[in-house]
Unconditional design. Structure first.
Ligand code: ZN
Length: 305
């Protein structure tokens, strides 16, 4: 099973993108393309095929002369950039290029895996840039650098550098005796359950975060944790690090972060999904991947077709 945002085809060229003349050559190449983001995070997809819209830079350069084009990387020597546009420009560009602005969660379900990854990078970068316009040390404006992957304080006596933020979070499938632990947040739709998750605190290992969060959210003590996979989650800028963990207790005490937590057997998962009394996370998420992987490991068969 695949999940979204983990199959990048772009070479980010992190070793050369600090060289502004390199980025400029990429930008001025005839092959250069830009994907377009709305400032609210939607991404433009091309109609009618619903792939990622890639506009030749030559069609944008004059109109967006003073805009920040962020360098995403190259695919087979073709440079890809990202441009964030505001308000009424989104509709105008969508009409001009036969495109539609779509929420990235929805787009990810239909884009090719590599396109979803590029859009995720663009979205997280754009979000960070919009919140890094001033120096956090001295308050002076910053200037973008490194193809948009750094921000430099414009005050020479300060010259602080800032880098895109990624918030690490763990997500865990806790299991014991053929059952797995899922929780529901109060803000979620009814019947929606997911694996437990939480943000890493400073100075904490991911394994300690798993133990702390599972106890805080569900009152369950867990022992051995095993890393499974990770997923960039650009809503706005997280990295979800996925684990499975063995429960050492079974009595649930729901904490403040959840409305409900329950143990589910494989049969209960199957029946709930079938009659829609249980709504799991979408297939693009690592949560769904952890659940389906556990079902396959426990029963040797798939959860759903
Ligand atoms: Zn500064």
């Amino acid at each position: 099973m695949e999940f979204a945002f983990v199959s990048s085809a772009l070479d980010r060229e992190g070793n050369v993108r600090d060289d502004s003349s390199w980025v400029r050559r990429r930008f001025e190449s005839r092959a250069a393309r830009a994907l377009l983001l709305a400032s609210d995070g939607r991404v433009l997809i091309a109609l009618p095929d619903r792939g990622l819209l890639g506009v030749p830079i030559s069609l944008l350069r004059d109109r967006f002369e003073f805009a920040q084009f962020s360098y995403l990387g190259a695919e087979q020597d073709q440079g890809w950039f990202a441009l964030t546009v505001a308000g009424e420009m989104v509709a105008e560009l969508a009409a001009e290029f036969h495109a539609e602005a779509v929420d990235l969660r929805l787009a990810a379900a239909e884009l090719k895996a590599s396109e979803a990854s590029a859009a995720a990078l663009a979205k997280s970068l754009s979000w960070w840039q919009s919140r890094s316009r001033f120096c956090g040390v001295c308050g002076a404006p910053t200037v973008p650098s490194g193809g948009g992957h750094r921000a430099l304080c414009s005050q020479p006596s300060c010259a602080a550098e800032f880098f895109p933020r990624t918030d690490a979070a763990m997500i865990v499938l806790v299991h014991a005796e053929g059952r797995c632990l899922l929780g529901r947040q109060a803000s979620w739709p009814e019947h929606r359950f997911s694996t437990l998750a939480g943000f890493l605190e400073p100075g904490e290992t991911l394994e300690d975060c798993v133990r702390r969060e599972v106890f805080e959210e569900a009152g369950i003590r867990v022992g051995a944790c095993q890393y499974v996979a990770n997923q960039p989650w650009p809503f706005p800028a997280s990295l979800m690090v996925g684990f499975t963990a063995q429960a050492e207790s079974s009595t649930i005490t729901v904490g403040a972060e959840l409305a409900e937590a329950r143990w589910f057997s494989v049969d209960e998962l199957r029946a709930g999904v079938a009659d829609r009394s249980l709504r799991l996370s979408p297939r693009l998420s690592i949560s769904r991947y952890l659940i389906e992987r556990w079902v396959a490991a426990t029963t040797g068969s798939v959860l759903t077709q």
